[in-house]
Design a protein around this ligand. Structure first.
Ligand SMILES: [Zn+2]
Length: 745
């Protein structure tokens, strides 16, 4: 009986694509990717400001819709009405002996033709700040992160009623005004220090890639650590008839006015500060002595916005699959920018378009995808993932049923592969990377990636994770590990709210776009001069993402390798155990130092620094449920991976269908309904954006952040809840293994 079944299935699986077939398909696909197409599309789409609500943003959506249709896709635009503020008036000025008004303007650069099209650009601002007209003394708060406020307290500097000035860097922009507000500040300025992305790094634009003196970083300060998307409709689609919050009740909108300013403007404000000299690691690269403040000068800060609703345009293009039409491979990138948006987001967008054009051409040649491909071009990513979140909420049930994988990109540049996301898809990403050649070195992009990981671990600022990654890739035959996803682009609603597996791809690190990030200088000329001359790496992104789409589309077996996920869970678990021990030791040391008056005795009496507060003792966290679940996962994963390798190719079509159904939704077991403490929109218990890092990922976030924030009962509770989620994943693996072993069929 069993033998017979095997023979029968062998006849039926002849349609399985071989490795060679996949390589042929990849080659045909690559032959249809032309860098000049990408260049042309970017030139058109970046020709005018394309922020949310602008005529050119809508025109770009329609331009793409027409292209998708022309390429044979079933395409449409889905619109949503969202709250999106735009500035009416802005003031930041010093009042005192030497008054100064911040220019808040990015002057045109004559050698860049985009300059002639700046008239319709919005002034530099941050979206979802609180509006207001305030005045107060100025305090410099370094990066404006939690530990900076601890230092300020030790220096005896209070920010209540003050205007704070923070520099960009270290944590996500929105945390700076949020923490300022929580500490009682009346307003917040954020500036780009040349140490981060200006002349201290490289020559400034147009002589080099970096931020010129008047360049300003715009951005959203909506509190995405609570939830992204339209601030008025948390957790639901912003469709007509949706219940909308009043603006003052939306928790993600700040209450204080905030403006971003250039370093040319910031230098004048910072030079007016008195008070203690800033600690050594607070000083940037401006040619002044950095003081903490306050000084004699007061600052007047006023922002007034138009808070009307705006229409956003998501472009959705579908290529129906002929074998598994109800299984979707979803690929996305946003199309809205802050000004011209050449590198961010159009470098990734034109790659996505090149993929869609190539797939359309393959279909005209007679090929057809097995799965349904859903290509999406999001609007309103910049205000806080609004277009993708709205669409994910709208199609919540269908996506949870049908989506196999969400593949995201955003900005990209010359450089090495950046790949992050769900670790059970790590192997397929490695397979893709092993088949793609880097145009400059002629090594595979996988080889460059592996080498980069090993070298990065030698850096002074290498993290524990960097060291671990280097050890992993040094093992022969070990895949390069994926990074973990936090937030900052459109994968977030899919991965963290719907619990779908997601991968984010880019090239990074060599063409420098950090200096023009979210400024009026992120232009076609800048991108094609400094970020990716020749559009070689943007085209390489199209090949990389395209190959991944094709592999996921054509596979007749599940692509997850559970062992890769299990390995990473074990690594994260060791990290959080170590973190708890470190916190415990730190609290004990602090208690001793305080008892011995060490802080007082060691301090310079002429530059007083108060002792830090005592830390509450760290109890022993109950990691046992997590350790047991991680061990069970390890065993279940190995059993499943082995069974798939042994028996996957010889399954009957019925068993294959059952196996696919079990594995298609397995990642959703990691995102049970409850959500994270205090922010239930975030369901995923493995990956989340950090409450105090913003975009940066926190893994095993329910436990890790509870330890970091000294919420000890939450640590125990989420150790158990996370263990339950891992057990659900393991149980699903066991069910899939049974199918593979022909049990219960
Ligand atoms: Zn972007």
């Amino acid at each position: 009986m069993f033998r017979f079944a095997l023979l029968l299935s062998a006849a039926l699986v002849l349609s399985l694509p071989s490795r060679a077939d996949q390589a042929v398909l990849d080659q045909k696909f690559d032959a249809l990717i032309h860098p000049d197409d990408l260049r042309g599309w970017m030139q058109t789409m970046a020709s005018e400001p394309n922020h949310v609500g602008s005529p050119h943003d809508k025109a770009n959506a329609e331009f793409e819709l027409a292209r998708f249709k022309q390429w044979g896709w079933d395409a449409r635009i889905e619109t949503f009405q969202i709250l999106y503020p735009t500035p009416i008036s802005e003031t930041a000025e010093l009042i005192g002996a030497t008054p100064f008004k911040a220019t808040l303007r990015e002057p045109p650069i004559p050698s860049d033709p985009s300059s002639a099209h700046m008239a319709s650009a919005l002034p530099a601002y941050v979206a979802y700040q609180g509006d207001g007209d305030v005045q107060g003394g100025l305090v410099y708060v370094n990066y404006g992160m939690k530990d900076d406020y601890e230092t300020l307290a030790r220096l005896g500097v209070d920010v209540r009623g003050k205007i704070v000035i923070a520099r960009y860097g270290k944590g996500w922009r929105g945390l700076k005004p949020k923490l300022a507000q929580e500490h009682g500040a009346a307003g917040c300025l954020i500036y780009s220090d040349p140490e981060e992305d200006g002349y201290a790094v490289e020559k400034t634009y147009p002589d080099g890639p970096m931020r010129p003196p008047h360049g300003v970083q715009r951005g959203s300060v909506a509190d995405m650590t609570l939830y992204p998307g339209d601030p008025l409709t948390p957790g639901v689609a912003p469709l007509p008839g949706a219940k909308r919050l009043k603006r003052e009740d939306a928790q993600t909108i700040l209450k204080i006015p905030v403006l971003p300013i250039s370093y040319a403007d910031a230098q004048v404000f910072l030079a007016a500060l008195g008070g203690p000299v800033a600690p050594a690691d607070w000083r940037g690269a401006l040619p002044i002595t950095y003081h903490v403040g306050p000084g004699t000068a007061e600052v007047h800060l006023a922002v007034k916005s138009d808070w009307s609703m705006k229409t956003i345009y998501d472009v959705i293009a579908v290529m129906h699959g002929d074998t598994y039409p109800d299984q979707w491979v979803v690929r996305g990138n946003h199309h809205d920018g802050w000004v011209f948006g050449a590198s961010d987001p159009l470098s990734g967008q034109v790659a996505l378009m090149a993929e869609a054009q190539a797939i359309g051409a393959l279909v005209r040649q007679g090929w057809h995808p097995k799965r349904t491909l859903v290509y999406t071009s999001w609007d309103a990513e910049e205000p806080m993932l609004v277009g993708s979140t709205a669409w994910a909420q709208t199609h919540y049930d269908e996506l949870r049923k049908k989506a196999v994988l969400y593949i995201n990109s955003d900005n990209s540049s010359r450089g090495v592969l950046g790949a992050a996301g769900s670790h059970d898809f790590q192997h397929v990403v490695n397979e893709v990377a092993a088949g793609i050649t880097d145009p400059e070195t002629h090594a595979t992009i996988a080889a460059r990636k592996r080498a980069g990981i090993r070298i990065d671990a030698l850096a002074d600022d290498a993290t524990d994770q960097d060291t671990t990654n280097a050890k992993l890739v040094a093992q022969s035959g070990h895949d390069f590990p994926l990074g973990a996803l936090g937030s900052g682009s459109d994968y977030s609603p899919f991965l963290q709210h719907l619990g779908l597996p997601a991968i984010n791809l880019q090239f990074e690190g060599e063409g420098d776009q950090s200096g023009i990030y979210h400024s009026a200088y992120d232009t076609f000329t800048h991108h094609s001069t400094w970020v990716d001359p020749g559009f070689i790496y943007d085209a390489l992104l199209a090949k990389t993402a395209g190959h991944l789409v094709l592999r996921v589309s054509e596979s007749d077996l599940p692509l997850q390798r559970a062992g890769d996920f299990s390995e990473m869970v074990n690594i994260y678990l060791q990290q959080i155990k170590k973190l708890a021990d470190k916190k415990r030791e730190e609290a004990e040391t602090r208690t001793q130092l305080l008892r011995d008056q060490a802080y007082v005795l060691a301090a310079d009496p002429q530059h007083p620094m108060r002792p830090p507060p005592a830390l509450d003792p760290v109890p022993y966290i109950d990691f046992a449920p997590l350790e047991n679940a991680a061990k069970r996962l390890e065993i279940a994963a190995k059993t499943y991976d082995d069974a798939l390798a042994d028996k996957g190719a010889s399954l009957t079509p019925e068993s294959r269908t059952r196996l696919m159904a079990l594995m298609q939704t397995i990642d959703q077991t990691l995102a049970p309904p409850l959500g994270l403490p205090g922010r239930p929109w975030y369901k995923n218990l493995i990956y989340a954006p950090g409450r105090f890092t913003g975009y940066g990922a926190k893994t095993l976030p329910g436990v890790r952040e509870a330890i970091e924030e000294r919420r000890w009962p939450d640590a125990d509770r989420y150790a158990k809840l996370t263990a339950d989620a891992l057990d659900a994943y393991s149980a699903r693996l066991a069910a899939a293994t049974s199918v593979l072993e022909g049990k219960g069929s």
